[in-house]
Every structure is written in structure tokens, then in C-alpha cells.
Design a binder for this molecule. Structure first.
Ligand code: UDP
Length: 237
């Protein structure tokens, strides 16, 4: 599939049009960014590792009945995806306290939660992605009640599939962020699922194996992503 014009370039991915309007090329670059782009580095092989990781997870989710924009991996660092009209919200599920949740409520990182927590955030870098609820989404027209229900249902379904998958590799899925969009009237999971947008801890040592290694300058970022991939059965990593 021939890449044509650049449609969109984000912090770590670029999206290109192809001759088929129903297929886009999603390219994972080697960029690593944190704190809204303030910290930025190029990490060798990150694009390739993220692309392989994302393809594996998207296929697992499809197999579990969760529809995604993913079509197929076409090169080391590129995959074909369906075009989406993205909803402007980020869906987060947390199984263990960490990150902004710990800061916001003064809860120690690693504290067990009695039940998973679902949260919405507005996707807006300039505003620092503020937390929002159903009422904001409906009142400001960012989505309908139906969108809200579907996003919540799908995000929680992803939790049951992926918590189990990571646990098989002796890894705890602490939290993650998903984004959804419409393709021909159908709500699909979009964006990516990689260690860049979730937290993964070794089950026995609680060692961080995700983007927090980059955020907190712990080193061995890509090596950790590869380690996670191998532990959940990605044979090409
Ligand atoms: N997350 C993300 N993109 C964002 C914000 C958060 O992928 O713009 C992910 C993050 O990696 C973590 C989860 O969503 O797995 C919850 O993030 P949190 O609210 O704790 O914010 P952070 O500590 O990342 O600022």
C-alpha cells in the first residue's frame, strides 16, 4: 500500500493517506515524549517495538470481540488502520493507584483499589487534559449518552481481556488510556495500545516496565517494552 500525503503528525506517530480512503498508514516513530512534549528523546527501535506490540494487542482485542481501527501490520514500524472521526475524550481505567490519581487524591502509589476506576479526560494539550464527567461530555457536545455508555462498556471489557493477558506474563496492568472514534457509523477503538499509554509493573517486584521509565529517567525504556512483549508471547520481539 503506497503512502501518500501526511494527514496528521502527533507526538510519536504519523498518519498518512493511501490511494484507498478507507485505509490509512499509521507510522510509529522513534520519538519518546512526556510532560506534554516538554521531555523529548529519540529511542532507537521504539517505533518498531511499539508497532509490533500494538498489532499484537489489537489482534487480541479483536479476537475478544472488541472492534478496532487496526487492519494489519505492513512493515516494521507501520500498520494499516481505518480512518476515524475521533471523540475528544480519553478513557482511563485503573486497577491500582498511580500517577495523577495518586496525586489528586493523596493515595499512595501501589494502593489496591476495591474496584477498578473508570475516568474520562478531555483530550486537549493546551488545557492539560482536564478530568471530565458524563455531564460535561453531554453539555458541551463532545459526545452523546450513547457514546459514553459504549466507551465505558468497551474500555471495561478491554480491562478483563488485558489484565488476564498481562498476568499470564506475571505483569500487573495498573492503568491505561484508550481513545475511540467513528468509522461509517460504527464506534471503534482507535489510537494505540502500547507501554506508552498504560502502566505495567512486574507482579513480584513492582518494577516499572512502561513509559514511567522514560518519564522518571529510569533508563532501559525500549528494553523493558521488549521484555513485556516477550513475557506476553510476542514471538517477533
Ligand atoms: N495516559 C496517556 N496519555 C495521556 C494521559 C495519560 O496515555 O495523555 C495514560 C498513562 O500512561 C497512564 C494512564 O493513562 O497509563 C493514566 O494516566 P494518569 O492520569 O495517571 O496521568 P499521568 O500520570 O500519565 O500524567
Amino acid at each position: 500500500m503506497q503512502k501518500k500525503s501526511l494527514l496528521y503528525s502527533g507526538k510519536v506517530k504519523s498518519v498518512y493517506q493511501t490511494e484507498d480512503p478507507e485505509r490509512l498508514v499509521m507510522e510509529f516513530r522513534d520519538d519518546a515524549t512526556a510532560f506534554n512534549g516538554v521531555k523529548h528523546e529519540l529511542l532507537e527501535n521504539k517505533g518498531k517495538v511499539s508497532n509490533i506490540f500494538n498489532a499484537f494487542i489489537m489482534q487480541k482485542l479483536e479476537a475478544a470481540g472488541i472492534k478496532t481501527h487496526f487492519i494489519e501490520q505492513i512493515s516494521d514500524n507501520e500498520s494499516l488502520v481505518k480512518p476515524l472521526d475521533m471523540l475528544r475524550v480519553e478513557c482511563v481505567v485503573r486497577n491500582v493507584a498511580a500517577g495523577s490519581l495518586s496525586k489528586r487524591y493523596g493515595i499512595e502509589e501501589g494502593a489496591e483499589l476495591r474496584a477498578p476506576i473508570f475516568e474520562f479526560f478531555l483530550k486537549d494539550d493546551e488545557l492539560g487534559d482536564p478530568m471530565i464527567n458524563d455531564e460535561h461530555i453531554v453539555a458541551f457536545g463532545w459526545g452523546t449518552r450513547e457514546d459514553i455508555n459504549k466507551m465505558r462498556e468497551l474500555t471495561i471489557k478491554v480491562n478483563s481481556v488485558l489484565k488476564e493477558l498481562f498476568l499470564q506474563g506475571e505483569i500487573i496492568l495498573v492503568d491505561y488510556k484508550l481513545e475511540f472514534g467513528y468509522n461509517n457509523g460504527e464506534l471503534l477503538l482507535g489510537d494505540e495500545f502500547t507501554p506508552d499509554n498504560c502502566r505495567l509493573w512486574d507482579a513480584s517486584t513492582h518494577e516499572k516496565m512502561d513509559k514511567d521509565r522514560f518519564r522518571r529517567g529510569l533508563g532501559s525504556v525500549v528494553e523493558s517494552y521488549i521484555d513485556v512483549g516477550r513475557r506476553i508471547g510476542i514471538s517477533s520481539l
